[in-house]
Ligand binder design. Structure first.
Ligand code: GAR
Length: 205
């Protein structure tokens, strides 16, 4: 089984979807640790409930991004993961941090990338009158939310939708999509080279 480290900053509903999929035998992997940059988030309770060790690396305890990231990579490297999964991890990462993990770090982002990199994606989709919105899973590269997309799910935007209803719709898709992509990675069907993602050795898109 592949060794998976999950990075979170919040409620951890995507972490839960991964825990559940592993319990069902749908992912050939094991979450060896959860790392959170925030001390009191519900995702840490989810990890404890599943018997998964967790580590808190509070970014506020560090004097800037570099020392925080140095501590983070030290913790990650000690765990010797095959895969690092960003699941609602809300810190921007320097290219020096990201580079050693290229091809083995995934992120889930609540928009149809390349649209709406960054924050407030649901608000921006509504403001622009988009008829379709959604979620993307991509390999993490130095460019924020800019690495090659592996898979997306689309949700329809209705006139009655609010930021909150859209977020709920998107998260329902996230909880299906992320375990599927992680399963593919763990079965060695996904790969990355020179900024391109591959499924079964064929470039994606
Ligand atoms: C998810 O909706 C994820 O797409 C988003 O944060 C949420 C975390 O929820 N990620 C980002 O916005 C990344 N910039 P969760 O903690 O319940 O999984």
């Amino acid at each position: 089984a592949k060794r998976i480290v999950v990075l979170i900053s919040g409620s951890g509903s995507n972490l839960q979807a991964l825990i559940d999929a592993i319990e069902l035998g749908a992912i050939n992997g094991q979450i060896v640790a959860v790392i959170s940059n925030k001390p009191d988030v519900y995702g840490l309770t989810r990890a404890a409930n599943a018997g998964i060790p967790s580590i808190v690396i509070d970014h506020r305890q560090f004097d800037g991004r570099e020392p925080f990231e140095a501590e983070l990579s030290k913790a990650i490297n000690q765990l010797a993961p095959d895969l690092i999964v960003l699941a609602g991890f809300m810190r921007i990462l320097n290219s020096e941090f990201v580079q050693p993990y290229e091809g083995k770090m995934l992120n889930i982002h609540p928009s149809l990338l390349p649209k709406y990199k960054g924050l407030q994606t649901h608000k921006r989709a509504l403001e622009n009158g988009d008829k379709e919105h959604g979620v993307s899973v991509h390999f993490v590269t130095a460019e924020l939310d800019g690495g090659p997309v592996i898979a997306q799910r689309i949700v329809k935007v209705e006139d009655s939708d609010t930021e909150q209803s859209l977020q709920q719709k998107v998260q329902r898709q996230e909880h299906q999509l992320y375990p599927e992509v992680v399963a593919r990675f763990c079965n060695e069907r996904l790969s990355y080279q020179d900024g391109i993602a591959y499924l079964d050795d064929k470039p994606i898109q």
